[in-house]
Structure formats: C-alpha cells, structure tokens
Design a binder for this molecule. Structure first.
Ligand code: ATP
Length: 358
C-alpha cells in the first residue's frame, strides 16, 4: 500500500504481514487516516463521512493511493486519485468509470468505536451496518440502493412542489411505482442478508457471552407492501413534504431471550452483540465471496474489556488484520504482530518490533 498527500500522510508505503498489523501512535498522528485509505479500496466512501475533497492533504491538489491485494485467486492492484473534489479509480491499470466499480474486488470489514453504539443508537447506523456489508457481499446491491435513494430524493422534491403546483399530483403515481419497485428489492435483500448473518452471529454471541441466552435478529420493515403503504401514507407525505414509509425508515431488531437488546440489554450485552455481529459480517463475506476479507479495527481494543479483547483476537487468528491503537503494550499479544508507528503522518517500523515494511 502506498500513499501520497492523503490527509496528513505525506508520502510513504506500508508492507503489511499476512496476519496482525498493528498501527500505533499518539492521538491525531494519522492512524485512522491510514485505515480510511485502505477502506476506500472497497469502493465505498470514507467511513468518517468525509467529502472526497477533504481527503487531500491541506495545500495539495491531489492525493494518490495504491494498493496491491490478492483476490479472485490472483494478485491485483488498484489506484485511487482524489483531485478537484472527486475520486477516480483504476484496477490493474484499467481506468474505471467510477470508484464504485471497485466494490466486491477488495473486501474489508471495518470495526470502529462508533459501531459499539450500534444497538442503542438510532436506526440509521443499523441500516448503514446492513448496507455497507451487503454492498460488498453482493456488488449489484450498491447501484440498487443508490437508485432507491435517488428516487426518494425526487419524490420528496415533488411532495414539496405539489402544494404550489396541483397539476403535478398525477406524476406522483410514477414515482410511487418506481420507489416501490426499488424499495421492495432493497428490503428483500436486507432481510435475506439478516437471515444469513443470524446463525453465525448467534454462535459467536454464545461464545462471547458464555451463557445460554437466546440471541435473535430480525429485519423490521416499515411497510410489508410498499406500493400500498405509499398510497395509504400519501396525505401525510404531502403534508410533511417527505416520504414516511420505505426502507429508509426500516430497522434492525436484536433480541436477547426474546426482549429488545436496545431497550433492555446491559452495556456489556450490547457490546458482545456488536462484536458478534461484526465477526459474523466477516464470516458471511468469506462464505459468499470465497475469500477472507481484510479486517480493519480502528481504535476498538481500548473500548473492550480483557475477555472480549481475547475473544476477538483469537477469532481473528489467521486473518489479515489492520489494527490501530495508542499503545500496543496495553493489549496482550499485540506486540507479536507486525508493528508500525505513525508519527505526524510518517510511518516508522520500530527496530525492536517484529514488524517489517518500508
Ligand atoms: N486533509 C487533511 N490534510 C492534512 N491533515 C489532515 C487532513 N485531514 C485530517 N488531517 C489531520 O489528520 C490528523 C488526524 O489523523 P487521524 O484521525 O488519523 O488520527 P489518529 O492517529 O487516528 O488519532 P486518534 O488516536 O486520536 O484517533 C489530525 O491532525 C488532522 O488535522
């Protein structure tokens, strides 16, 4: 992996080992920037919600990233450049029309402290958890989801225009049909993914929690038949100026012993559930894609107690992991990994560590 003028990372490269790669350093040195750069090769956007233009180092015009990876049983390489507020990509020397065309090529699972509030946060984070995973499991899902969101934006604009232009009311039918078609497909894919993830997540949760609690997970649709629900909600939608039913309002319900983990789960239970869901995401990605995804753990170890840290590291044995932390000595076993220190945007390989790189 090589980078140039990416956020505070000036110019350098990282040669990781196939197992645990520990990227450590003090706060605000560039550790997360490095993981974010790796994540961009999944074809998605910055996991911090940054605009593309914000990824270019202050005072520079262009950022460049290069990644060599093994996928589809061969060595591949991808390049990303960010210039004029836009990302562009190439794969094995061939320019792509959009970076989204990289989706499904290089696959990764990201686990960061924000995910720890997955159970108790609002539904948007839970929908995002499903969508981010599903885009990689099934690359055709990404354009479907973006068609749904595009149609939703159009319908909402129309809902706001109709009170001033009554003649537009007839066109609402067309948008309802389109939204229902894409929306039903989005909800179907999400529900199928949740079904797939349930068994591995249940097994993982049993392993982490070491007791016999029953784990359950269910995709909750805001409407069974979206076309009918849109018609029924039309008056409300026209009044509020936005669409009140559809997959953008759906949620994910996680239960322990039959009761909502969000409403009743302890903080410990919620953390174990998130850990189980994230590890299950990696298992499903591997099952479906035939290859193990790369695991990106951003600053998550310090948020987990010793038992959960131990479980996580054991379960990830044999996978390629990139983990950021402030102090590798604080977590048992991390010092056995390849160590990379980040200091003010520069990458160093400590001479006493087991790490290697350039
Ligand atoms: N476009 C940019 N150009 C230059 N520097 C940037 C840019 N965007 C962010 N930074 C700098 O990157 C640094 C933050 O890096 P990063 O988020 O990777 O920190 P970190 O090492 O993960 O720290 P922590 O342990 O606190 O999470 C900040 O100093 C910030 O000012």
């Amino acid at each position: 992996m090589a980078f140039e003028h990416y956020r505070n990372l000036c110019a350098g490269s990282l040669t990781p080992c196939p197992g645990m790669n520990v990227i450590y350093g003090r706060n605000a040195q560039g550790k997360t920037n490095l993981l974010e750069a790796v994540w961009l090769f999944t074809g998605g956007r910055s996991f911090r919600g940054a605009r593309d233009g914000e990824l270019v180092a202050f005072g520079q015009e262009k950022a460049a990233l290069h990644l060599q990876f093994y996928s589809e049983e061969r060595e591949q390489e991808a390049e990303l450049t960010i210039q004029n507020g836009r990302r562009s990509a190439s794969l094995n020397g061939v320019p792509k029309r959009s970076p989204a065309e990289l989706v499904g090529k290089f696959r990764a699972v990201l686990f960061s402290p924000e995910h720890l509030s997955l159970i108790k946060s609002g539904p948007a984070l839970r929908r995002n958890f499903i969508d981010a995973a599903l885009c990689q499991v099934k690359p055709a899902y990404a354009p479907l989801l973006s068609r749904y969101h595009h149609t939703l934006v159009q319908r909402n604009a129309l809902l706001k225009d109709i009170p001033r232009h009554a003649e537009l009311l007839d066109t609402l039918e067309i948008w309802d049909d389109r939204l229902a078609r894409y929306g039903d497909a989005v909800a179907r894919e999400r529900a199928a993914y949740i079904q797939k993830i349930e068994a591995p997540a249940r097994e993982l949760y049993a392993g982490i929690s070491e007791n016999k609690e029953q784990f359950g997970i269910q995709y909750q649709k805001s409407a069974e038949n979206l076309r009918e629900a849109l018609a029924a909600a039309r008056r409300d939608d026209l009044q509020s100026g936005h669409t009140t039913v559809g997959p953008h309002r759906d949620d994910l319900e996680v239960t322990v012993d039959g009761v909502s983990a969000r409403a009743y789960g302890s903080q410990g239970q919620q953390r174990s559930l998130v850990l189980a869901l994230k590890l299950a995401e990696a298992d499903v990605l591997e099952q479906e894609g035939g290859e193990a995804p790369v695991i990106l753990l951003d600053d998550v170890m310090s948020e987990l107690d010793a038992g959960r840290q131990h479980y996580l590291l054991n379960r990830l044995d044999g996978r390629q992991v990139f983990l950021t932390c402030c102090e590798p000595g604080a977590v048992k076993r991390l010092e056995e990994g390849a160590l990379f220190e980040v200091r003010r945007g520069e990458l160093y390989v400590p001479t006493s560590g087991a790490g290697h790189g350039d």
